[in-house]
Design a protein around this ligand. Structure first.
Ligand code: ADP
Ligand code: ZN
Length: 218
């Protein structure tokens, strides 16, 4: 199954993508994770992306399109994949549309996780990320067993530069301006599957599983 997860920053895309990936044994392809790793490793890609990311702006289309084009050709994508955080602009969606037939693939569903803005701000400001493995926690809703320490790997937790309040506003604006139009785009292609993103992680995951079990791919 080939899926796209769509939704505003803080909707829980990453968490859900990871859960679906694990249960379906397919890779989770997160452009955000790939870019953060590049920044951490100080690669040329990371150097290009860093400034945009720290400000909450989108990284230029050609940069992320290149990443995805390469990644989708890896053999682990043969049985399926979950795109998390890509596409994020209409031109990224159009680029994907032209890459897929070249590699003999198509998208089955676009899952749109819906959460209102106030809730997003609340979630994002409390978010903490593991410096080591990327696992995410929330100081109120999903605290680690030990403050500041990752449950999964023991690494240190930190607040992403782009999870600070002013930057969050920029990210939400970027989302409205650049990414929200993709909802109509995929609706028109009859691929859009809305899911309410309020509730516990498991609850939302079950909504997605139910939806995937009952909706035929187009
Ligand atoms: P969130 O969805 O919570 O904002 P991500 O981890 O998906 O977090 O993305 C973090 C940052 O990485 C974005 O603000 C942006 O700068 C960059 N980024 C990730 N995916 C893309 C993309 N498809 N196009 C452009 N920039 C991206
Ligand atoms: Zn960790």
């Amino acid at each position: 199954m080939n899926l796209i997860l769509l939704g505003p920053p803080g909707a829980g895309k990453g968490t859900q993508a990871q859960m679906i990936a694990e249960s379906n044994h397919v890779p989770q392809i997160s452009t955000g994770d790939i870019l953060r790793k590049a920044v951490k490793d100080g690669t040329p890609l990371g150097k290009k992306a860093r400034g945009f990311m720290d400000q909450g702006k989108l990284v230029p289309d050609e940069v992320v399109i290149g990443i995805i084009d390469e990644r989708l050709r890896e053999p682990d994508c043969h049985t399926g994949f979950i795109l998390d955080g890509f596409p994020r602009t209409t031109s990224q969606a159009e680029a994907l549309q032209s890459i897929l037939p070249k590699i003999g693939k198509s998208i089955d569903h676009v899952i749109n996780i819906e959460v209102d803005t106030e809730e997003l701000v609340r979630r994002l400001t409390g978010r903490r990320t593991c410096k080591n493995c990327g696992a995410m926690f929330h100081i109120l809703f999903h605290p680690p067993r030990q403050e500041g320490i990752c449950d999964r790997c023991g690494g240190p937790l930190y607040q992403r530069e782009d999870d600070k309040e002013e930057t969050i506003r920029v990210r939400l604006n970027e989302y409205q301006r650049q990414t929200a139009p993709l909802i109509a785009y995929y609706q028109l292609k009859k691929l859009l599957r809305p899911v309410r993103g309020v509730g516990g992680e498991k609850e939302i995951f079950e909504r997605i599983v139910r939806l995937l079990n009952t909706t035929r791919p187009s």
